[in-house]
Design a protein around this ligand. Sequence first.
Ligand code: ADP
Ligand code: MG
Length: 499
Amino acid sequence: MSSAYGAGCAVSNGSINHQAQLPTETVSADEPKLTAQWARVRGRLQTEVGDAEYRAWLRHVALVGIDGDEVTMRLPTRFLRDWVRSHYGERLNDLWRAEDDRIRRVDIRVGAGAPPARAAIPEAETPELATQDLPVREMPARAAPARVEERAEVRSDAALDQRFSFDSFVVGKPNEFAHACARRVADHPASQGFNPLFLYGGVGLGKTHLMHAIAWDLMSPSRPGGAISVAYMSAEKFMYKFIAAIRSQSTMEFKEQHRSVDVLMIDDLQFLIGKDATQEEFFHTFNALVDAGKQIVVSADKSPSDLSGLEDRVRTRLGCGMVADLHATTFELRISILEAKAARTGVPISGKVIEYLAHKITSNIRELEGALNRLVAHANLFGRAITLETTQEVLHDILKAHDRRVTIEEIQRKVAEHWNIRLTDMSSARRARAVARPRQVAMYLAKQLTSRSLPEIGRKFGNRDHTTVMHAVQRISSLMASDVGFAEDVELLRRMLEG
Ligand code: ADP
Ligand code: MG
């Protein structure tokens, strides 16, 4: 999401303000000059990505034409279009610009055959959708959803990811609170109790996605009350811009820019730790905006109170609105996310494979998504169905990294915690059912989840005989078969240990 302008900040305004437009000039795909340019763009791309990748993804890209500052290309399927857009969009943009520096946008549409170049090109931005010409880098106003479907644009200057919308955000237990807060801010910015909104959580759990979703909603012209101006940037960009402003003696401009928006969003605030001058500036900006009744949204990897190194006054102000965390994913959420994402790819993926992935890739949603994308790419490349075997083969390296070795000690600890017994009872001689049953579960799980032999397991449970372990394994298996509730308990423990 790096920007061609280095500012990394998105500003949009609902007020009508015509952007300086280039004189519209339409060039159809069969014009010799354009044909030559297109051949060069393709050639460069092929050299860069290699033959196999080019054949798999890029061979089908066809040029429609150039309209003013916009190049339009097309691909036969939505899947291919989305793939090319997300993986080669920026590069295509750069290559086209290298050919013609007036080009500002690259549009890839879905379409078969060769439609007449001109007729198919939609109108350029309507005046209502034009963005305000603020000194901060402009954010193209969001097209209505239907329009996004029809003409997915690739803009090298897009600071916000089009895919990160509320629609594509899958809600589950671990993120429902954060999601509800984000929705609330998107619907009623700067409302009491939700300002600032502080979202926190580990990497890849959806902080940036939610922030972009809020921004898209606020900038939507179809929003009740009209679009409002939003500045979104990472804390690093904020710092970078601030330092640049000091160097160029334009700090007043910097201040004005950031204090003139309706909503300021700073992503990954933890990067401001230890940057005292920038923190100071952020603090003043923050206060000025809140005092003026504007909304602030901040994300970080930790809660305000755990962000050590943050000045106390900043911490206090950050915590005085709504603080919402994104928890680690659960098995259920991973399943829902995989199902939603798989449905979007249009490639059939069986429930078995989805369950397998949700089981194995537990770190975060980004990795889960990465694994799924790789599978889909593979399936498309080789035209093969996705089976459990191909999944294991294709994701070999990812799965290996996740194949954490569970230790018997860990199993004992988790099981003891679960049934609220003492850890020492795992190896004690006590035979009361309340203690003996969990101990058997721990032995069963040790057999299932580790490669230890029965005698080895027995030794770890107070030097018990291997026949005792064998008996435990059989007993728990048959109990699980007859008691659904108990089986769920054991499965839950297994998942927690494998995660
Ligand atoms: P973070 O900013 O917390 O590190 P991101 O917001 O960048 O994480 O999310 C990582 C990836 O996972 C993104 O591609 C995002 O779209 C996806 N993702 C995260 N949470 C969800 C969710 N609840 N539903 C769908 N996709 C999600
Ligand atoms: Mg992020």
